[in-house]
Structures are given as structure tokens and as C-alpha cells.
Design a binder for this molecule. Structure first.
Ligand code: OXD
Ligand code: MN
Length: 581
């Protein structure tokens, strides 16, 4: 008798009519075959195999280079459940409209059936998915980004408990591109895009949008957060989860290398983009990274900003939309050294530094196995995950928000996350550099009404006996002349050290209306060239600015109507009161 997944694959094939169906086993031989097929069709280009063994370049359609939030929908029976933070279509309407685009979409193509596990193979917190796709690039990338193949099929057995994801490249036209989520059926439909965030369905679609929905139902948290462990010279390791919007340095922070003056510290990467956090039997919050690879932004990545990832991406990696040098190596703006005198740009056209265009697309990416990262934590694959002691919410803000500060409580911390705003980046197709509200860095990823999401955070706080402390960070504050005040990257460890000391009751702080802010003497400045005036500016609390921000919050909160918890309003009113006192 056919298993539930076999039946669904049959039904999907009857609609999409592929010339062939291939069930992925996840083996190396299968990956090699996928690569050689893509080299033969020009979907991939070989990079210099001496310098970059087993690395390839993919050039996407120029209209398909980033997440398309305006074409992304949450299809719940009731519009209210999706909330004003999501585009919504009624499930029958969505199926009718987009179903047509799947009809015969795989004609003359192979259908790959990709079973995968999000999370460590034997973890009770992991979840299963099956993605059906007609893109060999997606199938190969899923092998890097997830535990994919027989291992997943074995865990699934004859169960029907998995997330279904149907993906077709369609004709790649933005006119016929839709990324649809049906949380009530644990189903994803994606058509018309091969871009990672739209097409690797385990990542944003499952691990965050459906994941957040499942997490609310089941009492856990699915968050857009890196997970990092920091070992102090004493040998004590503290784990931190941190939410930053897309392309705001999560990968760099997850892998930072301690500065010369911070000898004896070690940083261990558990994840760089997504955290699934569950209540442990010990009353703490435990996090797993559901992914098995990094899908990172290439531009700006170099041996200063992230030496660990530079080493990671030297082999077994797929690059997308970077430039190609004469030597057959990948290149992007902000890579070490001078730009190449000539290269092929991300669209396959001859390019020189004088061209006046970007050689690599600003959202060009690498897809690389996490296990290759020199900083990978020995616990990154542990079934129980790691215990989280602190949560950071960080945006990209030129002013107002201090380098780091701590909330007074879990509830106040939820307000810190809920009022986050950040300048937009090239990770999504829309204007770049505009400040937008991005609560908890989840605006594009929360699969249900965000008012209910804040309520879920508050409810979790009630249940966690030893809740992590909550902080806000901002590495991007600028001086009057528009220069960054804080050097960033490895030096961010100094702010994290204060966080860790606060966790262990070992550091002082100034109590201000917005929260506990470190005093200048609370941040270790040994070996760093930063003037007292700059530090004061970095830690300054501008009462007037905060008052305006807090009073302006009401308009945003009101959008969620009675889904917005009273407690969040109250926290904000308390903040206003403290600022006026
Ligand atoms: C990502 C994103 O790719 O957030 O991680 O867009
Ligand atoms: Mn992300």
C-alpha cells in the first residue's frame, strides 16, 4: 500500500506532469550527478577546482535575485489569523488561482522528491518536510541546507506528519510568482522563483512561517535568530540567541573571532539564521538550529568581517550571482584585496571596476555546509540543543538605539523586540536603506497575526522558569558626520561580554528609563581605540527621541486591534511614564 507521502507525490505528479520522478536519497553520488547534469545544461559553472574544490556558480534569472515579500501570502481560513503583517488569500481562492500555474508546469522536467529533516536527525524538536521541486539547483542546495534524503524518509516511515512543499520554477516570471503558506494544512506552494528564500522551502517558508505557527500551537518558539556559544577564559560557556533582520550581520556575529586583546575567549557557532527554542525539563530555554548549512550574503564578506566563513566557503559550496574572475574564482564587492582588473559579472557579462555597475549582485549568496565552519560548536548537532541564557534584538539604526542595553524583565523584553525597527537591505526586493518596523526581525517571517505572536511570547515567559535575559543591540549608530561609532565585527564581543556578565550577575549598569545601559566602565576597552566621547555617544539615552518613538508606537500597535496584548500597551505606557518622570 502506498504511504501518505507516496500518495501525495503521485497526486502532485498527476497535476504537474513531469517527464520523470526522482526520489532523492541524499547520497554523494546523487549530488555529483545533480551537479554534472547542471554543468551540462549551463545551470552551474565550474569554479577553479584547485582553489575552490567542489564549488560551483549559479546565475539566476536577473528578475529572481531576492525574496519577494509582496508575492508571499499566508492563506488561513480567516484573514484575521494572518494579520496585517501578512498578505492574505483565502485558501480556496489561492488554490484556484495558483493551482493553474502548477498544471503541466513540470512537463519535460524531472520532478525531484526531496525528503528532509529540519534539526538534528534524532532530536525530538526536529520536524520533517518533503519538498517536490523541478529545480536540480534546489535539490542540490537542500542537501547542503538540511539533513536530506534516506535519513528523512526513514524517520518519516508511513507517517503523515510532515510539511508538504510543492515548488516549481514555472516560467520564472514575477507576474506568475507566488509563495503561499497554508498553515492549517502544513502545506507550502511556491511557483515562479528559484531564489533560496522563496524556493528552499525548509528555510523561511517552513522553519519560520509555518514553524512560528506550529510553535504557537505546540508551545515553543521559531525565531529568526543566530545561536552562538561564548567560552570565557575561565572555561564557562554561555549561549546567546540573537535576532537581526536579513543581511544585518547575523552570520558574522555567529562566527566572530575575538580581537587580539580578548585572548582566551572562544566563540562557537550553533546557527546563523534560525533558532527553534523549547522549554527544557530543567526550566531553561533550549535551542536547536534547524538548518545544516549557511545561506549567507556574499558582498562585504572578507577576512576582516568574517574569517571563519571565508574558510568555510572554500569547498563544497554553491555560489549564486557572484562575479567570476579570469582565474575562475568567485568575487564580490568588499572581498579582500583590490577588485580584479576584469571579470564576468553576476549576469554573465564582461565587467571591469570602471563599468560603474556591481560585479556581484548586492544579494549574491553562498550555500555552504555548517559542518565545515572552523568555529562550529561541538554541540551544534546535539538532539537537545543548547541552553539559552540571553536573547538579543538588534537592528540597523543610525541613531537613538544605544550599543547595548538590557530590559527590566521578560515582558519589557518583549516590548524591546516588538518595537524593533531597522533599515531595509537587499535581501528582499524593495527600497534599500529605509527604516521600517521589523518586530523581532520577524516581520517577513511571522506566519500568523503578529499581535498573537507577541501574546505567545508573553505566554512563553510565564512558562519558562529560568528565562533568558533580553537585550537590545545596535552596532550601527553613527556620529553627526555619518560615521559608524562602533567598529563592529570582532569588537562586538565586548558588548557580548557585558551581556554574559549581566547573565551571571557580574557587571554593573545604569538604570535608565529604557532599561539597564552599561556605564562606560562596564565595557572592556582594552586594546581598542575609542574615545570617551564616542563611547558616551554610543551609550547615550536621548529622552526626547525615545519619548517620540514610544508615543509613535501606538499607531503600529493599533493595527493589530484586539490581537495586540494589553500587556504590551501597558509596557509601552510604563516606558512613556519613566521617560517623562
Ligand atoms: C535570509 C533572509 O536569506 O533573511 O536569511 O533573507
Ligand atoms: Mn534570514
Amino acid at each position: 500500500m502506498a504511504t501518505p507521502v507516496e500518495k501525495w507525490v503521485e497526486e502532485s505528479a498527476a497535476v504537474t506532469r513531469p517527464k520523470k520522478v526522482h526520489w532523492c536519497d541524499g547520497s554523494e553520488a546523487e549530488y555529483d550527478q545533480l551537479i554534472s547534469d547542471m554543468l551540462a545544461t549551463g545551470t552551474l559553472h565550474e569554479l577553479n577546482q584547485q582553489a575552490y574544490p567542489n564549488c560551483y556558480l549559479h546565475r539566476s534569472d536577473p528578475s529572481d535575485v531576492a525574496r519577494t515579500e509582496h508575492l508571499t501570502f499566508v492563506c488561513t481560513s480567516r484573514k484575521d489569523d494572518a494579520g496585517p503583517n501578512n498578505n492574505w488569500m483565502a485558501p480556496p481562492e489561492a488554490k484556484e488561482k495558483v493551482g493553474k500555474l502548477f498544471a503541466g508546469a513540470m512537463k519535460d522536467r524531472t520532478m525531484y522528491v526531496v525528503p528532509y529533516i529540519m534539526g538534528p536527525v534524532t532530536s525530538p524538536y526536529s520536524q520533517l518536510g518533503v519538498e517536490i521541486t523541478d529545480s536540480p539547483y534546489v535539490a542540490a542546495s537542500m542537501r547542503i541546507m538540511t539533513r536530506m534524503g534516506s535519513v528523512a524518509l526513514q524517520r518519516l516511515g508511513s507517517s503523515d506528519n510532515y510539511v508538504k512543499g510543492l515548488h516549481s520554477l514555472g516560467d520564472l516570471s514575477p507576474e506568475r510568482r507566488f509563495i503561499l503558506h497554508f498553515p492549517e494544512e502544513r502545506l507550502i506552494w511556491s511557483v515562479g522563483s528559484g531564489y533560496g528564500g522563496n524556493a528552499l522551502l525548509g528555510k523561511k517558508c517552513f522553519a519560520l512561517r509555518l514553524g512560528s505557527h506550529m510553535a504557537r500551537e505546540e508551545g515553543w518558539l521559531a525565531e529568526h535568530m543566530l545561536i552562538v556559544g561564548i567560552e570565557e577564559p575561565s572555561g564557562r560557556t554561555t549561549y546567546i540567541a540573537a535576532a537581526f533582520p536579513s543581511a544585518c550581520g547575523k552570520t558574522n556575529l555567529a562566527m566572530l573571532i575575538p580581537p587580539e586583546s580578548q585572548k582566551g575567549y572562544k566563540v562557537f557557532t550553533v546557527g546563523d539564521d534560525i533558532a527553534w527554542m523549547h522549554l527544557g525539563t530543567d526550566g531553561r530555554l533550549w535551542a536547536i538550529n534547524p538548518e545544516a548549512g549557511f545561506f549567507g550574503v556574499a558582498p562585504g564578506t572578507n577576512y576582516k568581517t568574517n574569517p571563519n566563513v571565508m574558510e568555510t566557503i572554500k569547498r563544497n559550496s554553491i555560489y549564486t550571482n557572484v562575479a567570476l574572475t579570469k582565474e575562475g574564482t568567485p568575487w564580490w564587492e568588499g572581498m579582500d584585496g583590490a577588485p580584479p582588473a576584469e571579470a564576468i559579472d553576476w549576469q554573465g557579462k564582461p565587467w571591469t571596476p570602471a563599468s560603474g555597475t556591481k560585479g556581484a549582485h548586492p544579494n549574491s549568496r553562498f550555500t555552504t555546509p555548517a559542518s565545515q565552519c572552523p568555529a562550529i560548536s561541538p554541540h551544534w548537532d546535539d538532539p537537545t540543543g543548547v541552553p539559552i541564557s540571553a536573547i538579543l534584538f538588534g537592528g540597523r539604526r543610525a541613531n537613538l538605539v544605544p550599543l547595548v542595553y538590557q530590559s527590566f524583565s521578560w515582558q519589557h523584553g518583549v516590548l524591546l523586540g516588538a518595537t524593533m525597527a531597522s533599515e531595509t537591505t537587499a535581501a528582499a526586493t524593495s527600497a534599500v536603506g529605509v527604516v521600517r518596523r521589523d518586530p523581532m526581525a520577524m516581520l517577513p517571517f511571522c506566519g500568523y497575526n503578529m499581535g498573537d505572536y507577541f501574546g505567545h511570547w508573553l505566554a512563553m515567559g510565564e512558562r519558562i522558569k529560568q528565562p533568558p535575559l533580553i537585550f537590545r543591540t545596535n552596532w550601527f549608530r553613527q556620529d553627526q558626520g555619518g560615521k559608524f561609532l562602533w567598529p563592529g565585527f570582532g569588537e562586538n564581543l565586548r558588548a557580548l561580554c557585558w551581556v554574559i556578565q549581566r547573565v551571571h550577575n557580574e557587571a554593573g549598569a545604569l538604570e535608565t528609563p529604557i532599561g539597564f545601559v552599561p556605564r562606560p566602565q562596564d565595557i572592556d576597552l582594552e586594546g581598542i581605540n575609542i574615545s570617551p566621547a564616542m563611547l558616551n555617544e554610543l551609550l547615550a539615552v536621548d529622552r526626547e527621541g525615545w519619548l517620540q518613538a514610544a508615543e509613535g508606537q501606538g499607531e503600529f500597535f493599533s493595527k493589530f486591534g484586539d490581537h495586540m496584548p494589553r500587556e504590551i500597551w501597558r509596557e509601552n505606557e510604563d516606558l512613556v511614564r519613566r521617560l517623562k518622570a
